[in-house]
Write a protein that binds this ligand. Structure first.
Ligand code: ATP
Ligand code: MG
Length: 350
């Protein structure tokens, strides 16, 4: 087991600075998910931990020890990539055993390790098969087993499920959560899929353009986003954002934070709108409501409206967020919060 620490880390390729003065602590034994849009620097961060691309400046510590001068193979980390490479000519057993043979682990120990790991990932019945006879999910498990068998103290995974179909991905997510519980090893998992991040992480590290936007438990990021980026990246559909009309301030509310009705309610902010689109998803329906210059996505558990219906959109004060001109969230105990609530109330319909 191991913690990971970035201290004032900068990474530049040629003259391009990708990450600048980054500070981050990844806790020992936790399932940490790095999430953010394509190109934000997630893989770059992972490769620095693994030692594949050493940082330009600053220090990376594993378990409190500066690993800058330690070769990738000596860091006690294992990495699983998106395009996992498994050897097609070797059996499942040989694939898993490969790294152990290289490290001169004795035969008996190898057999014991392979059997125990293949049990963990559910590959026991397939040990003598060739990868070509396995499903995509089973192959992905071979790649995971091959990394796990080396007993790393840090497990790095870079979008390991992105080649799988939607159903298998959901299943593998659950398996990874269970695997993490069983192993108790530090997991650092990279994805650009916020649903994956929300469902698996103990801690989410949300990145954009090489900078950490927020680092918190999934429910904290969801309920207390620290800025506009976090508010709009986490959650489907994303948080609705509107212009308050003063000070460059924006207001926001979650798609499930509004109540739709035919008659105006008593809520703090209430406007009239028209249903522009309706998506029936089974247990819930998502309506797009156009109101003046704004377009809001509203999630309802009941499917009561049709396209072109005139509706009222009611949002209680406790469901509202405000973001300053600097795009940072305005805390509820900030004096400005009450002022902005009053401005919105003044914009109430009727
Ligand atoms: N070896 C390299 N040489 C030059 N530029 C690089 C190199 N590796 C990464 N970059 C650049 O660094 C930035 C971050 O890349 P990175 O691969 O870390 O993104 P990412 O967050 O993993 O994105 P994705 O979700 O698409 O995988 C990109 O602009 C990329 O072009
Ligand atoms: Mg990447």
């Amino acid at each position: 087991m191991a913690s990971i620490e970035f201290q004032q880390v900068t990474q530049a390729f040629d003259k391009n600075v990708i990450i600048k003065d980054l500070n981050l602590t990844i806790e020992d034994g936790k399932f940490t998910v790095l999430v953010g849009p394509s190109g934000c620097g997630k893989t770059t961060l992972l490769r620095m931990i693994a030692g594949l691309d050493p940082q330009t400046a600053g220090s990376v510590l594993i378990n409190g020890k500066d690993v800058t001068r330690i070769a990738p193979g000596q860091r006690g980390v294992a990495m699983v990539f998106q395009n996992y490479a498994i050897y097609p000519t070797m059996s499942v057993r040989e694939n898993i055993e490969f790294g152990l043979k290289n490290n001169k682990v004795p035969k008996e120990e190898r057999t014991r390790l392979v059997e125990s790991i293949s049990e963990t990932v559910g590959l026991r019945p397939y040990l003598d098969r060739k990868p070509s006879t396995l499903s995509g999910g089973q192959r992905q498990r071979v790649a995971l087993a091959r990394a796990m068998v080396k007993k790393p103290s840090v497990f790095l995974m870079d979008e390991p499920l992105s080649n799988l179909d939607a159903k298998l991905r959901v299943q593998m997510r659950i398996e990874l959560i269970e695997m993490h519980k069983k192993l108790g090893t530090t997991f650092v998992y990279v994805t650009h899929d916020q649903v994956e991040a929300m469902s698996m992480a103990d801690t989410i590290v949300l990145m954009n353009q090489g900078k950490i936007q927020q680092e918190a438990a999934p429910e904290t990021i969801y309920h207390h986003p620290s800025n506009l980026f976090a508010a709009q990246f986490i959650g489907v559909p994303p948080m609705n954002i509107g212009e308050l009309g003063i000070d460059g301030v924006k207001f926001g509310f979650r798609p499930e934070g509004a109540i739709l009705s035919k008659e105006q309610g008593e809520a703090h902010y209430s406007v009239q709108g028209v249903i522009a689109t309706r998506e029936m998803l089974g247990s819930e329906t998502i309506y797009q409501v156009k109101s003046g210059d704004h377009s809001f996505m509203i999630k309802c558990t009941e499917d009561r409206f049709s396209v072109d219906d005139i509706v009222f959109l009611d949002i209680g004060a406790e469901k509202l967020f405000f973001f300053g001109e600097d795009e940072q969230v305005i805390n509820r105990d900030d004096r400005r919060f009450a002022d902005y609530l009053n401005v919105l109330r003044g914009q109430r319909h009727g």
